[in-house]
Design a protein around this ligand. Structure first.
Ligand code: HEM
Ligand SMILES: *[C@@H]1O[C@H](CO)[C@@H](O)[C@H](O)[C@H]1NC(C)=O
Ligand SMILES: *[C@@H]1O[C@H](CO)[C@@H](O)[C@H](O)[C@H]1NC(C)=O
Length: 360
């Protein structure tokens, strides 16, 4: 009995000792769980200073997050089953084979951030696949209210370009969007969670006459306003009407994608959508889990090193969930059949319009 107790105490000591030994102090004094992650600190500093303008949650962060998705979703077991190459997932092929992938219709405008990120990859010892996901995770950490995303290191160089037509378009049906994500391994609930990305997002190309038009009123904060505002009755086009993939929005200066509008109102996704309206903790946890999956699509996780502790911890959310000034619960298009839309305060004052995201 006494021997057993001693043995387990010794085992415990060995475990905590190993944990202590694994904690590495890097050349600049910063610490991380694994010495192999030390090489990321200089890259982190370069990204924050020179890609994200000193740690902002602005246009380059939005574009870098979109890039994590467009690289990763290039992965199709359905194509592989037909004997074709289905893409390598989060492998950096969108940058390595940018001359093939950036002209794909769904990648419109992505060449901007590809061209901005390329010199960073060239001056550091990191693969394009790792860099895209690393920059995305750092970028999200600059947005108040975001979760600290995971980051695993070790994606090999892409060997081939991804095939066309794997990135969803805003004019696709809900059936086709859910099928495409399902092929890549994501459930309808995970699709809704991933769309939290559109709370820190704007469109340059859906209506080219109004570049930088955001999807919600707070594109610099990772809050739930996107889920609230997409559920409000659309009444206007912020620019010109008749753009493919665009439907009416509830606020001047705000743009709404047809795909977001339909996912908010489809019986398969509406209740999940509504569940994020007034639950910041759920929003953070669900987005973090879905992004962790997205970042390693097509990759062999057993060959990767967990460097998540390098990613900065974001600031807490600013403001609280609300209806925009001048609007009320009568403007909510209730779509979840089982739970009522949460009661929210309305911002005081007259109806406002949403300013564009400034280019940097
Ligand atoms: C149904 C799936 C999706 C569709 C149809 C879609 C479509 C779009 C479109 C059309 C734009 C505007 C691009 C432009 O005109 O500049 C956009 C922007 C964006 N998307 Fe998505 N998206 C989807 C899912 C996602 C996912 C899963 C993520 C990330 C995890 C994401 C992140 C973003 C971000 C951050 C932007 C803003 C880019 C910027 O401000 O420059 N999207 N999306
Ligand atoms: C570059 O990174 C790889 C893998 O992370 C590492 O094995 C290699 O030693 C590094 N090369 C240099 C020159 O630092
Ligand atoms: C938020 O979501 C979590 C997870 O689904 C749930 O357990 C919790 O009850 C929700 N909180 C509120 C206030 O709705």
């Amino acid at each position: 009995m006494a021997f057993k107790l001693l043995a387990s105490l010794l085992a415990l000591a060995a475990v905590s000792n190993a944990a202590l030994i694994r904690k590495a102090t890097c050349a600049d004094g910063r610490t991380t769980a694994n010495a192999a992650c030390c090489a990321l600190f200089p890259i982190l500093d370069d990204i924050q200073e020179n890609l994200f303008d000193g740690g902002e949650c602005g246009e380059e962060v939005h574009e870098s997050l979109r890039l994590t998705f467009h690289d990763a979703i290039g992965f199709s077991p359905a194509l592989t089953a037909q004997g074709k190459f289905g893409g390598g997932g989060a492998d950096g092929s969108l940058i390595t084979f940018d001359e093939i992938e950036t002209p794909f219709h769904a990648n419109g405008g992505i060449d901007d951030i590809v061209d901005v990120q390329k010199p960073f990859i060239a001056r550091h010892n990191i693969t394009a696949g790792d860099f895209i996901q690393f920059a995305g995770a750092i970028g999200v950490s600059n947005c108040p209210g975001a979760p600290q995303l995971e980051f695993l290191l070790g994606r090999p160089e892409a060997t081939q370009a991804s095939p066309d037509l794997l990135v969803p378009e805003p004019f696709d049906t809900v059936d086709s969007i859910l099928a495409r994500f399902g092929d890549a391994g994501f459930s309808p609930a995970e699709v809704v969670a991933l769309l939290a990305s559109h709370t820190i997002a704007a469109a340059d190309h859906v209506d080219p006459s109004i570049p930088g038009t955001p999807f919600d009123s707070t594109p610099g904060v990772f809050d739930s306003q996107f889920f609230i505002e997409v559920q409000l009755r659309g009444t206007l086009f912020p620019g010109t009407g008749g753009n493919q993939g665009e439907v009416e929005s509830p606020l001047a200066g705000e743009i709404r994608l047809q795909s977001d509008s339909e996912l908010a109102r489809d019986s398969r996704t509406a209740c999940e959508w509504q569940s994020f309206v007034d639950n910041q903790t759920k929003l953070q946890n669900a987005f973090k889990a879905a992004m962790a999956k997205l970042a390693v699509v097509g990759q062999d996780v057993s060959q990767m090193i967990d460097c998540s502790d390098i990613i900065p911890v974001p600031k807490p959310v600013t403001g609280q969930a609300h209806l925009p000034a001048g609007l009320s619960h009568n403007d909510v298009e209730q779509a979840c059949a089982t739970v009522a839309f949460p009661t929210l305060p309305t911002d005081p004052g007259p109806v406002t319009s949403v300013p564009p995201v400034p280019p940097s």
